[in-house]
Design a protein around this ligand. Structure first.
Ligand SMILES: Nc1ncnc2c1ncn2[C@@H]1O[C@H](COP(=O)(O)OP(=O)(O)O)[C@@H](O)[C@H]1O
Ligand SMILES: [Mg+2]
Length: 221
């Protein structure tokens, strides 16, 4: 059976995930690869409903454990409905966020015990981890500045500049903890997780990502 590849693009809000995912897809398709783009939370009809519950409405009070479990619920659906079938049919999956985001946001950002987050991730992923995780690193103030000037909400709908989703709207300190947790993870899992400096130009970032992905494809063949 064809061997698929699972690539996750991670990093704090505004680090350039959406931008780079579009560029990577174009790059891989030019090489003749069969690419599937997906995102978390979301990626399935049910998951997109959960995405709305999680991200829309800054006024909504959500307990940290409810947030954790909703992310994992969406993930479990995503794994079964999208990721496993795509890998079994030999596709290259590019996912915007996956379980590492739960560690960074609910563990780092919200401060939930990492051991609990790890157990929750075990349930949500059912043991499926990316072959390669690219963490786009960005200074938290710069990331938030970008998000604010971007003018799209979590569902891709146009927004007046300055509007943020429920998690983007968290404090600067929250976003700094998220960034630190991503960097800590990258130090722990050097084989799977590669950090790319997201403050470089779009072209430079894209070049680094495509080199990392090509190397992984070569080793995967
Ligand atoms: N390398 C870059 N340099 C400057 N601005 C960027 C860069 N990459 C993306 N942007 C801009 O920053 C904003 C957020 O980028 P986006 O790709 O949506 O990030 P994310 O999906 O990680 O939140 C967008 O307006 C995008 O055009
Ligand atoms: Mg995005």
């Amino acid at each position: 059976m064809a061997k698929g590849l699972f690539i996750a693009i991670e990093g704090p809000d505004g680090c350039g995930k959406s931008t780079q995912i579009a560029l990577l897809k174009e790059f891989l398709e030019k090489q003749g690869c069969d690419v599937l783009l997906t995102r978390e939370p979301g990626g399935t009809a049910l998951g997109e409903e959960i995405r709305k519950l999680l991200l829309v409405g800054k006024e909504r009070k959500v307990s940290p454990y409810c947030e954790l479990l909703l992310f994992e619920a969406a993930r479990a659906q995503h794994v079964m409905e999208v990721l496993e079938p795509a890998l079994n049919s030999g596709k290259i999956i590019i996912a915007s966020r996956y379980a590492d985001a739960t560690r960074a946001y609910q563990g780092g950002g919200r401060g939930l015990p990492l051991e609990e987050v790890r157990k929750a991730n075990e349930l949500g992923t059912r043991g499926l981890w990316p072959d390669l995780t690219i963490i786009l690193d960005i200074d938290s103030e710069e990331g938030l500045r970008r998000v604010k000037s971007c003018g799209k909400d979590a569902l891709g709908k146009d927004l007046p500049p300055g509007e943020l989703d429920r998690i983007e709207a968290e404090s600067l300190d929250f976003h700094r903890r998220v960034r630190e947790e991503y960097l800590k993870l990258a130090r722990e899992e050097k084989e799977r997780c590669k950090v790319v400096d997201g403050s470089q130009s779009r072209e430079e970032v894209a070049r680094e990502i495509s080199a990392l992905v090509l190397e992984k494809i070569k080793n995967n063949a």
